[in-house]
Design a protein. Structure first.
Lengths: 303, 238, 393
């Protein structure tokens, strides 16, 4: 059973109406198509899959609000994934919804399977206890693997193998396109290396614990808060922040989104420069993965 | 089949010598006897004198060791068994003392029994109509679809008479047909037999012990007058 | 000889009761062995057909027959559990398609089969209405389950507790029916299919409750300290999984230890099948890899032996019945001597009378033959339903 991706179609129409070229291109999936259907769980994987597959497959990224890590697939999404030929997963516990939905095993591609030893466990989550089972928590892994271009490369390679298995007649084309993607990721890695290296920061504070792979790759001495960009952290949080600053004398705080003016102002008073580093997990409004990362690099570099 | 030319007699017996196969069984001898066509004759005689045997010889049921039995110009002794049976169904009607209707057939089917035994070549519908007409003649038209068990003895014997008359036989043989009937029915049945015989121009031979019925017949034949000797073997002829 | 046939028919029609008993006796003599053989052959075929479609089954060491009956026909007692890790290990060999099976639970007398979506393609099961199960707590039911309980997509079923006082164990979970399968003529018609993870929720290995770490969960919280929230027992566990609360469902412990009853293995060729059988032939890990057809053939050997004895018994009974029937005929002819004498006197030949008797026998035999054949055709037509009713194949 193949269905139109109504959400993708709607988004395409809206973007076209706004005069913005849809980065999805032809993402409308038509029933009865001959091409394999590939669905991805976040934007970077979507970008890689499209770059590699080209015309070999219909690659779809379901419409989802906010962070794809919090996505709760609706029944139409589940039905679409059940009919897909390939569901590209980030892995590293990025898709908790895998625990509660039913998908055929053989269409799932865990792009982190080959980099398991490089995955970073999260600091222990809140313990809780109810009933007789005893204390427990729900520990996991850091999942923003695509922020490390070397890990992203491994994920892209896994995608190429899977897509070539679906469309073996275009294997050579896929490999050539992967090679181009790998080159661009290598260049991105160098640029990020240069940007973070030039900072010479003793420490970096992250607004949210989603930059573990960035910190690991570029050896950033970082600590994470749990602050939301457009929310006042509160007095207690500021007190905690000052304590943290004493242990991590940072001049840079990396944010997922633009902090509100008051927060930015207070940070400024503490000598901390807020910088937005878009994780690019969801569809950018008017650019692509590399453009987003380039913008991130520009923002990091001191003026 | 041997026909005897130039004879107006319905029945002609010559030099008939018959004996039952078992030792000590009945035997009888008839030198010569003749019965004209159209006669209605009551046959009387003491028990064991061969009345039933005579009727069986005339019907072709039994065959004599010697002699000829000519019925309506046909010598039955020259016929094979199969031919005799065919002749019997087509030309001889029989009425028995015990009625001998088939309990599982309806009245009209019993009347048509000779046709079921040997299809006469006539159209079945025509024969069925004839059967119905016969039943109506005897006052049983409305009981055509009844079973024999639903009829009285007198009615059953009337059905048997109709059966005997189905093929318009030249010879009608009745062996004690009134033996199982009450007085009223006896006369009714005898009258019926005589009536049917006259209508059909059949020759009727009726064996009876009942002297009260003899007045109905123009001729009474004492079997001892034609049978030269009848005895159980071993006892000899008188 | 038409007259003889007519008289023969009229005789039988008049003696309806006797004719019916004779015909019924002969019909049974002919039908019972045929029906026995047909049903046994059909049930054997149904059993082996499903077994032939199932190349290999992996389960805990023990009774191979119990493993087959549980995995293929969802019968009765579920065999000892194996771990989910066994399934992932089998899957990761790449030698065959691995389909997990968990058949421990029931609802309204029907087995709940916890499996993966691959099962439906494997068994060529199609939906008659609705859609395939998508998330935890959703189920797809067989055609006979839908008919028996007059339920359809959109209705719900609750899993049955294993014991009356099973308070802290098996979870009576309300499951939403998303689809009804088209009739398949197999045990799948009588089953309720869920994702195997749903059976873990039923077993109490996973549950859903309000996120006690969130501030809004105050009423359910006994104590909060740094890094620890202690909830009180009044924190409500969800008895039903809905799109609104599905994200709150989670499992305790490692999936690897969670139970299954068996794994159906579908190797692409005989070589892979042989490799798989070879790997697990020693039962060293407390596992057994069985070939369902081999297991069932042993069972069927016994069934066929029993069948032969039954047919032998029926044959002896038939001989006795035939003897009695012959006696009845002979007595009947004896009683009808007078009638035959009358017919002979009127002009019927011996051949005619023989035809009359033969036609009666012939009509009874022919009628019995036709009736037996008709019953056999009916049994043939409904064999599968009969077998499904009585044997739940």
């Amino acid at each position: 059973m193949k269905f139109h991706s109504s959400a993708t179609l709607l988004m395409t129409l809206l973007l076209t109406a706004c005069g913005v070229e849809s980065p999805h291109g032809t993402d409308v999936v038509t029933a009865g198509r001959g091409k394999p259907l590939v669905i991805t769980s976040n934007y970077p994987l979507y970008y890689f899959a499209r770059e590699i597959a080209g015309e070999s497959a219909d690659v779809v990224f379901p419409l989802m609000d906010g962070d794809p890590a919090n996505w709760k697939p609706a029944s139409e999404d589940i039905t679409q994934m059940q009919s897909a030929d390939l569901v590209v997963l980030n892995g590293a516990a990025y898709e908790p919804w895998l625990n509660w939905i039913s998908l055929p095993d053989d269409v799932l591609l865990d792009t982190s399977a080959g980099i398991r030893e490089r995955l970073i466990p999260l600091a222990q989550d809140t313990l809780h206890q109810h009933g007789p089972q005893g204390q427990h928590s729900h520990p996991g892994l850091a999942f923003t693997t695509w922020l490390d271009p070397t890990l992203a490369t491994e994920q892209a390679r896994a995608i190429e193998q899977a897509i070539s298995a679906l469309a073996p007649q275009n294997r050579e084309t896929h490999r050539a396109r992967l090679a181009g993607l790998e080159a661009r990721l290598a260049a991105l890695d160098e640029d990020l290396q240069r940007a973070f290296g030039a900072l010479n920061e003793p420490a970096v504070i992250f607004s949210h614990p989603v930059y573990q792979y960035l910190a690991a790759r570029y050896q950033l001495n970082g600590v994470s808060m749990h602050w939301e960009p457009q929310q006042d952290p509160g007095i207690k949080a500021w007190i905690e922040f000052r304590e943290t600053l004493r242990r991590y004398p940072a001049n840079l705080m990396i944010w997922e989104g633009q902090p509100d003016q008051e927060t930015a102002s207070q940070l400024g008073q503490l000598g901390v420069r807020p910088v937005v580093f878009d994780t690019a997990s969801n569809l950018p409004t008017s650019s692509d993965y590399f453009a987003v990362m380039d913008a991130n690099i520009k923002r990091i570099s001191p003026e | 089949m041997r026909e005897v030319p130039g004879s107006s007699a319905m029945i002609e017996l010559k030099g008939v010598d018959f004996r039952y196969p078992s030792s000590g069984g009945f035997a009888m001898r008839i030198d010569e006897a003749s019965i004209p066509a159209g006669d209605c004759i009551a046959v009387v005689g003491p028990s064991g004198s061969g009345k039933t045997t005579l009727l069986s010889l005339l019907a072709g049921i039994l065959a004599p060791a010697r002699g000829t039995v000519v019925i309506n110009g046909t010598d039955l002794c020259s016929l094979e068994d199969r031919q005799r049976r065919r002749f019997r169904i087509q030309h001889i009607g029989q009425v028995f003392q015990a009625f001998e209707l088939l309990h599982y057939l309806t009245v009209i089917e019993n009347v048509m029994l000779p046709h079921y035994i040997l299809a006469s070549g006539k159209d079945q519908q025509d024969l069925r109509q004839r059967a119905l007409d016969l039943l109506c003649d005897v006052g049983l038209g409305d009981k055509a679809d009844s079973r024999p068990a639903e009829l009285s003895h007198g009615e059953q014997q009337r059905v048997a008479v109709c059966r005997a008359m189905l093929n318009q036989p030249a010879l009608l043989l009745a062996d004690e047909p009134t033996g199982n009937l009450d007085q009223d029915n006896k006369q009714n049945v005898v009258d019926l037999l005589l009536d049917q015989a006259r209508r059909n121009n059949s020759t009727l031979l009726m064996v009876t012990h009942d002297r009260s019925l003899l007045d109905s017949f123009s001729t009474v034949l004492d079997i001892r007058s034609v049978v030269l000797g009848s005895a159980h073997q071993g006892t000899g002829y008188p | 000889m038409k007259g003889a046939l007519f008289l023969g028919w009229r005789y039988l029609a008049f003696h309806k009761f006797k004719t019916a008993i004779l015909a019924a006796s002969i019909t049974l003599m002919l039908f019972l062995p045929a029906a026995t053989r047909l049903l046994v052959n059909d049930s054997a075929e149904a059993l082996t057909s499903r077994a032939r479609q199932t190349p290999l089954v992996m389960g805990a060491a023990g009774s191979p027959l119990e493993l087959v009956l549980s995995s293929l026909y969802f019968h009765a007692e579920s065999p000892p559990a194996i771990s989910f890790a066994t399934f992932t290990e089998l899957r990761d060999t790449g030698l065959a398609l691995a389909i997990p099976m968990n058949t421990r639970f029931h609802s309204r007398g029907s087995p709940i089969v916890g499996t993966s979506l691959d099962y439906f393609d494997f068994r060529n099961l199609e939906l008659a209405e609705g859609r395939m199960m998508g998330m935890l707590g959703e189920c797809v039911i067989g055609a006979r389950v839908a008919a028996a309980h007059s339920i359809a997509a959109g209705d719900s079923l609750v899993s049955s507790p294993e014991t009356v006082f099973d308070i802290a164990g098996v979870y009576p979970l309300k499951m939403t029916i998303t689809g009804v399968l088209a009739p398949n003529g197999s045990a799948d018609d009588d089953a309720i299919f869920v994702d195997y993870k749903t059976t873990w929720v039923i077993q109490g290995l996973g549950h859903g409750h309000q996120d006690v770490a969130k501030p809004g969960a105050a009423s359910g919280v006994l104590n909060r300290s740094e890094g620890m929230v202690t909830a009180n027992a009044s924190v409500v566990e969800y008895a039903e999984i809905t799109p609104a609360n599905v994200a709150e469902f989670h499992f305790h412990g490692a999936n690897a230890e969670f139970p299954l009853n068996s794994v159906i293995m579908v190797p692409p060729d005989e070589k892979n099948a042989a490799l798989l059988r070879g790997r697990y032939q020693d039962n060293e890990q407390g596992l057994q890899m069985i070939v369902p057809t081999s297991v069932l053939n042993e069972l069927l050997d016994t069934v066929f032996t029993v069948q032969n004895y039954i047919i032998l018994g029926l044959a002896i009974l038939s001989l006795a019945t035939a003897a009695v029937i012959t006696l009845v005929f002979l007595l009947s002819q004896q009683l009808r001597k007078g009638e035959f004498h009358t017919l002979s006197r009127i002009g019927a030949s011996k051949t005619y009378i023989a035809m009359l008797i033969a036609s009666e026998i012939g009509f009874v035999l022919l009628g019995s033959l036709v009736l037996a054949a008709g019953l056999t055709v009916v049994i043939r037509h409904y064999a599968l339903q009969i077998l499904q009713s009585f044997l739940s194949l």
